[in-house]
Design a protein around this ligand. Structure first.
Ligand code: FEO
Ligand code: CA
Ligand code: CA
Ligand code: CA
Length: 595
């Protein structure tokens, strides 16, 4: 094994070539291997039934790993590095490739209940024999937990209990069943996990005339998931359930160390199609969370906590820090700057207050209205419409914030919508870009910032691409989505959408942010056909990279599966009669193979 690959050293690899979009395989660099850590349907508890997609069973799914992971973290919990908590969400389901078509009303109801149980979040204990060894999940471990579309959450913060959040079933406006559409997220410095409720609108049927319906994409058509057939709260047209959609679209906080804790939805961080949330603590222990609204022409936000972070591991510090996201101020970003011929654009910007000193900063709206209808409030302030903010993550090392704009094919194309500007430099932006944002004085609560374009993505020969000034060869990249940092402050970028934009499987890329190699983008892996790369988790000092392979083979159906990830049979081997060969979304670990 080359010295650089030893656990404790940085991760070196020979980049892979871009992979065509019909390849059903995980592609990793030469000398590396991959293995699933846990797959959809794997049993979590001692009494969990085994995976059996032929017979959808909601009770079984409640006790098994859920479907379609997006945000993922592996939090090492002991000093010898032998135990960890795998924390990941289950964003949505691809029913057509999961279960056989139904033939009765009862079977249909059971499928719908099973899909509800496949959503949400999992905490799973991992174990291994020592550093550098592969992780395995432990069935029946004390901290294993499933959170689903029916688990009780507590709403907290200034809008909790508001009339806008009350339903017939919950007159208190503080107790919500479930979390939906959980996309990216972040792990806080105090050890909890945040997750963004993103495309929640697709689960509801609603009154299109109700306040906010149009702006939040709520319509009167049957929902794409059909849950209103078995649970009336997903039909928000009746007075009893009219506010149920208001109870989704939040940042949720889950304490993975305490399986009995009640997860929370933080109203202080506003309600929109939350991609995720990443927290930074500045030198003065002020706390900021960066937030993206992933919709074409929607906005970038930040939340600044009222109270400061309390360092240390004491119980009192922990209790204090668990309250940080409950009270504070909310801002939305306005960008100014100049467009330059090489797309090496830069400029300044301002955080426009929506909630300031705990009070509404938007004329004619109460603080509760600002938090529940945040998009409507931000519209009034003249915030900058962005090209779909996905992950927005600060570097713990430099404090610079990386704002990932995945794409926006409607910019400069759709009537009534804005064309290119300095921070969103291309019309019909199908490949996306990444903005580097620097808070004035490095302060979490700065009112202004400077920014530059770090990367304007695309195939390498495409006009308008820009890689932070690097003029050597780079990997083609499109549709950046989740990002993470390694121990040397390199940015790792996962993509979602390359098959549609550049005809390549989605992948994971690495790019240095500083030094002479700044902008030198290389590709580390590619995921199988029709999958999105999620996670990622970079344990470079440990020789390990984890990714969540989300929605492999999603364009297939039960009879015509496009992917057999991750349980590939050797070439030429035939599945046994009745053996299921569809895909199973999974978390995989990539390590250097020992020789
Ligand atoms: Fe679920 Fe914005 O990606
Ligand atoms: Ca995403
Ligand atoms: Ca991230
Ligand atoms: Ca995406």
């Amino acid at each position: 094994t080359p010295p650089a690959a030893r656990p404790g050293g940085p991760l070196r690899f020979d980049p892979i070539a871009s992979v065509p979009d019909d390849v059903d395989a995980v592609t990793v660099p030469a000398g590396f291997g991959w293995r699933p850590v846990i797959r959809w349907g794997d049993p979590l508890f001692a009494d969990s039934p085994d995976f059996d997609p032929e017979h959808p069973d909601a009770d079984a799914q409640e006790r098994q790993f859920g479907y379609n992971n997006d945000y993922t973290d592996v939090i090492v919990t002991d000093p010898r590095g032998r135990r960890a908590l795998l924390c990941c969400n289950h964003e949505y389901t691809n029913r057509a490739i999961m279960f056989p078509p139904t033939s009765s009303v009862a079977a249909e109801a059971e499928v719908l209940r099973t899909l509800m149980a496949a959503h949400g979040f999992s905490v799973v204990q991992l174990e291994r024999r020592g550093r550098g060894k592969p992780w395995r999940y432990r069935r029946g471990a004390r901290r294993n937990r499933r959170i689903t579309a029916t688990t009780v959450f507590r709403l907290d913060g200034p809008a909790a209990g508001s009339e806008l959040l009350r339903t017939a079933a919950d007159p208190s406006g503080t107790r919500v069943h479930g979390t939906l559409g959980n996309c990216s997220g972040g792990t806080t410095p105090w050890g909890t996990v945040l997750s963004g409720e993103e495309n929640f609108n697709g689960y509801f049927r609603a009154d299109p005339q109700a306040v906010g319906s149009k702006r939040y994409g709520l319509t009167d058509s049957p929902s794409s998931y059909g849950w209103e057939q078995i649970d009336p709260r997903f039909d928000a047209r009746s007075a009893d359930h009219a506010n149920e959609p208001h109870r989704f679209g939040w940042i949720v906080e889950i304490d993975p160390t305490d399986p009995s804790s009640t997860p929370r939805k933080h109203t202080a961080l506003g309600r929109f199609k939350h991609e995720g949330a990443n927290v930074r603590v500045d030198r003065e222990n002020r706390v900021v969370a960066y937030l993206g609204d992933d919709e074409k022409f929607d906005y970038l936000y930040k939340f600044v906590a009222r109270d400061r972070y309390r360092p240390g591991r004491s119980k009192a510090a922990r209790r204090h820090n668990l309250g940080l996201l409950s009270e504070g101020d909310l801002y939305v970003a306005r960008f100014e700057g100049t467009r330059r011929p090489g797309n090496d654009n830069l400029g300044t910007g301002r955080w426009l207050p929506l909630v300031e000193d705990g009070r509404s900063a938007v004329e004619g709206m109460s603080v509760e209205e600002v938090l529940v209808f945040t998009r409507l409030a931000a519209d009034r302030l003249g915030a900058t419409p962005m090209d779909r903010c996905e992950d927005v993550e600060p570097s713990r090392e430099t404090g610079k914030v990386y704002v990932v704009c995945t794409n926006n094919s409607d910019r400069g194309v759709k009537t009534g919508k804005p064309g290119a500007d300095a921070a969103n430099p291309r019309d019909a932006n199908k490949n996306g870009h990444i903005i580097e944002l620097t808070e004035t004085g490095g302060a979490a609560d700065a009112q202004t910032f400077a920014w530059d374009l770090f990367m304007v993505c695309g195939d390498t020969d495409q006009a308008g691409t820009y890689f932070a000034g690097w003029d050597g060869p780079v990997a083609p990249i499109s549709c950046p989505d989740n990002v993470a940092f390694d121990s040397e402050n390199n940015l790792w970028i996962a993509t979602d959408g390359q098959p549609g934009s550049i005809g390549r499987n989605d992948g994971l890329f690495r790019v240095p942010l500083d030094g002479p190699e700044r902008g030198h983008l290389t590709q580390f892996l590619a995921v199988p056909v029709e999958a999105e790369t999620c996670g990622p988790v970079i344990h470079d000092r440990d020789g390990s990279v984890f990714v969540a392979v989300q929605h492999p083979g999603e364009d297939g159906d039960w009879a015509d599966q496009h992917s057999a990830f991750p349980d590939y049979v050797p070439a030429g081997a035939r599945p046994a009669p009745g053996e299921w060969r569809g895909p199973r979304p999974a978390i995989i670990q990539v390590t250097r193979e020992s020789r």
